[in-house]
Design a protein around this ligand. Sequence first.
Ligand SMILES: [Zn+2]
Length: 268
Amino acid sequence: MSEVQEGDLMLIFSEKEGLMASRKASPVPHDFLIPGSERNLPEPTQLFRLGTGCTEEREISLFCGSLEGKEVPLPEGWLWHSFNDVFRDIPREEQFPFSRARQILGWERTNRYCGSCGSKTELEREESCRRCPECGAFYYPSFAPAVIVLITRGEELLLAHNVNFPEGLYSHIAGFVETGESLEDAVRREVMEEVSLNVKNIRYFDSQQWPMPRSLMLGFTAECPEGEPVPDGVEILDAQWFGADNLPVLPPQGSIARRMIDDFLGEL
Ligand SMILES: [Zn+2]
C-alpha cells in the first residue's frame, strides 16, 4: 500500500449510503476522479489503492476512500451523488475502478468482526483481506454471481416486464445463482420460476460488473422452441415473444441486457 503522491487520483465514497463525491451537479465519470492533493475534502477514514494509470510524465496511482463515520459534511461546492445512477452512465471500458472501489469499501465496512468467533478483524493491506487475530480466519472481498438470459425462438426473443421496471420496459429473465448450483442450473431454474418455460442449448455470452452492491452479471443465451410464457405474477408481471418489428421499450445502452438484444437483432 503506497502513499498518495502529487498527481494521484481518488474516488471518494460514503459507502454506507452508496454515494460518491464530486464538485459538479451533473458530473461525467472523470469528474469523480479527485486529485489526491485536494485539501478541501476531509481525509478519508480508509484509503485503498485500486491500480495505476499513466500520464505523460509518470505512472499515477488511483485510490478509493470512504468518509464513512467521520460525520463531516462535504465542503462548500461539493455534492454527493447516488453511485447506482453514476455507474449506469459510465462507459463499460471505464467501469473497472468505480466497480472495484464500491466493492472494496463495502467489503471493508462489513467484515470488521470475525463471523466465526466475533473478534475484531485486522486489515492485511498487502493481501487485500481482513484477518481475525484470535482464530486466524481470513475474509476476502466476495461477490454474488447473477445470471441473465436471452431466450430465443427462431427470430423472436422472450422479454419480460419486472415489477420493479419503469412502465413499458421489458428485459431478460435474470437472478442470483443459488448456493450449490452451476450457472446453467441457475439459468434453467430462474426461467422456470419466473415464466414456467424449459430452455435448452444454454451458451455463455459475456459478463458485466454489477456493483449494486457486489455482484457479477453473467450473460447467457438459450433456446425455447416450444411453449408460451406464464409470468409468476410476483416478480414478473408480463412476458411476451417479440420480433424485430414489434419491440417494446428496451434496457438502456451500455447494459449487458441491451448488448445481448442488439447482438441478437444484428445477427438476423
Ligand atoms: Zn475469529
